[in-house]
Design a protein around this ligand. Structure first.
Ligand SMILES: Nc1nc2c(ncn2[C@@H]2O[C@H](COP(=O)(O)OP(=O)(O)OP(=O)(O)O)[C@@H](O)[C@H]2O)c(=O)[nH]1
Length: 657
């Protein structure tokens, strides 16, 4: 574009001035005229010099303006316009096209054409700005507005211009000026404004603090006061960091600050609790940046994460509960498995004593840390300790009156000995008695003690386990008792209560082997009631039975606990006597024989004739099996019968069968 303000106008004016002066000088001739001419020439020279100076100035100005034009032309965001008012001709520099898009032909050629592309909302303002300038209310025309881009969107531009009035005229005939691209700046401003709105109303508190103790708040987004529970508009500026944070959170933040102070751009992140107006606090995620060229400001961004924290806490609590539940489930599954094993072993124990030993061995794994005693009904109503583990002892229970669990038939718990049963010794933190009813010999009790205090959860778990253990013991011990008693019944002779023949046949080889292994003697005595048939014949079969029972009672009371007394046939009985030799057996059996002979037998209200027995004794010998031992005892018995009955004969090799 060629501006009407260009220096060319000035240069033309100078040329015309010089021509006029030269013509005037040529017509001067006389002295006076010469004087006048001299004066004129002086004035002329002066004027020439002035014009020269003006010309030089104009040239300098032209160069400057050219340079300015060139620089402006370099800037794609600034263009020039010349609007000739009369003909409404608008000339736009080529910068227009890259700003507003389209081709050169799309450039508006008149103000009317330009106005068609102005955003309707900006049109009035545009016209008003023009009028204000043309009516001299504003020194320049200056307006931001949106123009329709060739691609359709509204594009922000800034127009500035000045009216030019031609020499001698009274009103301007044109406006010259420039337009520049404001779009990127406007978008940035809008983004900033929306950011600002977000900061002021959104969840993020933006704050600036002095980057030096006591870290006073210099500015803070408008939302902060309300977010922290203060009345809207409350003044937070000026507060110290220690007034804003919970005391526990201050030291780590001070430490973080210490590490970044004086380093512009350095930052740290941390979760802190901001104090609320009501005395509470809210967790915030703090992102702090050292700002300012000298690092004189701490810029802090705080996002309220209280709900997140609450959710985290809730999730952690639920996860904890789940973990506990899973642990309980796992533990209880493991525990149930261990109880099942114990129960099986107890039920198939060879004796109650073995069952009690099993319990004592496995109990510590079932209830770790607990001391326990299983007390079962014994003689004279006493409840005796049968199995125990752990350091806290239990005294024997003299009667059910001493145990609350037995008295009330329900579990009884005590804390630090207060209200504990009399048999609980010491003052354990926890004691628990569980009744075990339904056993032969009377109800039993399981006493459990724990020395140190337990929390409610662990106590509840232990109580549940103890109850399960007591129930397991009740079932398995009563099953064992039943099985042992059935077993016992199967081994006993129904009429006499002595072992039966089947049991004797099982017992004999076992005892014989044991004796041989232990190199211990073993004596077998065979007894036969003398002339038994005559009892049957004279007094009846029942009398015969009574005779058998009477002899059996003598046998039952005879000898040592580990002697086995059996009825092996109708009126044939035997005694298996471990750890004694035949001679010793014989002397003991003499007492038995004498007792039987001396004891009257009554039946049906009358005394029967004296009952005597013949006894044959044999001793286990090397190489001889059970059959041989029985054969020898039989041979000795036969010898006793033959020898006159009511006597004892010990087998010797002479008794050849
Ligand atoms: N009442 C009764 N009699 C039985 C029983 N078992 C076997 N008997 C009888 O006992 C008798 C056995 O008699 P023997 O072995 O001959 O005895 P004994 O000849 O009378 O006397 P000894 O020659 O001294 O042995 C038989 O008559 C059987 O019927 C029983 O359980 N009860």
């Amino acid at each position: 574009m060629t501006s009407d303000l260009s220096p060319g106008l000035w240069i033309g004016a100078f040329g015309a001035g010089f021509g006029l002066l030269a013509g005037v000088g040529a017509g001067l001739l006389g002295r006076a005229q010469r004087r006048r001419l001299g004066a004129l020439q002086a004035a002329q020279a002066e004027e020439r010099a002035r014009l020269e100076a003006q010309r030089a100035e104009a040239l300098r100005r032209r160069d400057e303006l050219q340079a300015y034009d060139e620089v402006l032309a370099l800037n794609p965001r600034v263009g020039h316009f010349l609007w000739s008012l009369g003909p409404d001709r608008l000339e736009l520099s080529p910068h227009w096209t890259p700003m507003i898009g389209g081709g050169a032909e799309d450039r508006p050629a008149s103000m009317d054409a330009l106005r068609l592309r102005i955003h309707p909302a900006d049109l009035d303002g545009f016209d008003e700005a023009l009028n204000a300038h043309l009516q001299h209310r504003q020194p320049v025309f200056d307006r931001e507005l949106r123009l329709q881009h060739a691609l359709g969107h509204w594009h922000w531009m800034h127009w500035q211009g000045k009216a030019v009035t031609p020499p001698g005229a009274e009103v301007p005939d044109r406006i010259v000026g420039h337009f520049y691209d404001l779009h990127a700046q406007k978008l940035a401003e809008e983004t900033l404004a929306s950011d600002r709105r977000l900061f002021d109303s959104g969840p993020v508190i933006v704050a600036s603090l002095d980057a030096q103790p006591p870290y006073r708040l210099r500015s803070v987004s408008a939302s902060a006061a309300e977010a922290l529970g203060h009345p809207r508009g409350s003044k937070l500026v000026g507060r110290r960091l220690d007034e804003l944070l919970l005391p526990e959170d201050l030291p780590p933040v001070l430490e973080d600050l210490g590490a970044v102070l004086g380093q512009p751009g350095a930052s740290f992140q941390r979760e802190v609790r901001l104090r609320l107006a009501d005395g509470g606090s809210h967790w915030h995620s703090l992102h702090a940046v050292i700002a300012g060229s000298e690092g004189q400001t701490v810029r802090a961004y705080l996002l309220d994460v209280e709900r997140l924290k609450q959710a985290e806490r809730e999730a952690a609590r639920q996860a904890g509960e789940l973990q506990v539940a899973v642990e309980h489930l796992t533990l209880s599954q493991g525990y149930a498995e261990r109880l099942r094993e114990l129960s099986e072993m107890i039920q198939f124990a060879a004796s109650e004593a073995e069952a009690h030993e099993l319990l004592a061995a496995r109990g510590p794994q079932l209830l770790p840390g607990w001391s326990a005693a299983l007390m079962l009904g014994g003689l004279a109503g006493q409840v005796e300790r049968r199995a125990a583990w752990g350091p806290v002892p239990a005294a024997a229970v003299q009667g059910s009156a001493e145990c609350w669990a037995l008295r009330l038939s329900k579990p009884h718990a005590a804390l630090h000995g207060a209200g504990a049963c009399a048999h609980v010794e010491g003052r354990p933190a926890h004691s628990l008695c569980l009744p075990i009813p339904g056993l032969q010999g009377g109800a039993g009790v399981l006493q459990l003690t724990y020395a140190d205090p337990l929390d409610a959860d662990r106590l509840r778990q232990a109580e549940a386990r103890a109850a399960a253990l007591a129930e397991t013991l009740r079932l398995s011990l009563s099953n064992l008792q039943l099985r042992l008693s059935l077993q016992e019944q199967a081994t006993r002779d129904w009429m006499t209560g002595l072992y039966n023949r089947r049991h004797f046949e099982e017992l004999l080889p076992r005892e014989l082997n044991r004796a041989l292994r232990a190199a211990e003697p073993l004596a077998l005595a065979m007894l036969d009631i003398d002339h038994f048939k005559t009892f049957n014949d004279r007094f009846g079969h029942e009398a015969g039975d009574e005779v058998i029972r009477c002899v059996a009672r003598h046998l039952a009371d005879f000898g040592r606990p580990y002697d086995s007394r059996c009825r092996v046939g109708g009126e044939e009985l035997c005694i298996l006597m471990p750890r004694i030799a035949a001679a010793e057996a014989r002397s003991r059996l003499e007492a038995l024989r004498g007792q039987i002979a001396a004891s009257p037998v009554h039946h049906a209200g009358r005394e029967l004739p004296p009952v005597t027995v013949s006894i044959g004794v044999a001793e286990a010998a090397d190489g001889g099996g059970p059959a041989e031992l029985m054969r020898r005892a039989d041979l000795a018995l036969y010898a006793a019968k033959r020898g006159g009955r009511d006597r004892i004969v010990v087998w010797t090799p002479e008794h050849v069968g």
